[in-house]
Write a new protein. Sequence first.
Length: 157
Amino acid sequence: MEQKLTPVNYEVDELDKKILNVLIDNSRLSYRDIAKKVGVSFVTVLKRIQRLEKEKIIKSYSTEVDYEKLGYDLSVLVKMRVSHGKSMEVGKKLSTESNISSMYNITGDFDDLIFAKFKDRKSMDEFLKKLQGYEQIERTETSLILNTIRDKKIKIE
């Protein structure tokens, strides 16, 4: 019989990890297919996934897209030095920018990092000039990504 766990003391066990790794490989599998792969019943998988969703360990399900095939040939990393205490304000402003894939607060000489994709140099240039026009952004440094060596979801150990 499974132990009832509350949100306060919920810990991911080996079965949860197996289920998560199956979902990382293919989030479109049915509960029955996941159950076969991890060696438990359909109901157990259903309950475990519901609990993982409730605990926000599983945040969402998504599709991996080949952006280059859709014409997004330019990928860049933009480091930003932001006025003291203004990172959240800048993040909020940038949250509506469709070209930004991810944003991070970082340590080091810069405060924030953006990963973005563009179809052409013109759209990238317009975006960078817009960034540089924000009064809260003191400095930027842009690196063009030439090749992606590895971009994978990591397995849960």
